[in-house]
Design a protein around this ligand. Structure first.
Ligand SMILES: [Zn+2]
Length: 65
């Protein structure tokens, strides 16, 4: 699980693969739609580490205090 911190409207993510920290916003989040049995099952939201390209799952639109 990725560690996240809020910084204004950006979120700070820490990559467990390469150890770097990076800020991301809504515009950096990509959606992956998962279909099963001919219908949409779930949407996975993820961001890519700008350093190593590893994909991290994020929960879009959910702000945890
Ligand atoms: Zn990384």
């Amino acid at each position: 699980m990725i560690n996240v911190m809020k910084l204004g409207d950006k979120t700070i993510g820490e990559c467990e693969n390469c150890g770097c920290r990076f800020a991301y916003g809504e515009e950096n989040i990509k959606d992956f739609k998962l279909y099963g049995g001919g219908k949409l099952q779930t949407i996975l939201s993820y961001i890519e580490c700008p350093n190593c390209g590893m994909q991290h799952k994020v929960r879009k639109g959910v702000v945890e205090e």
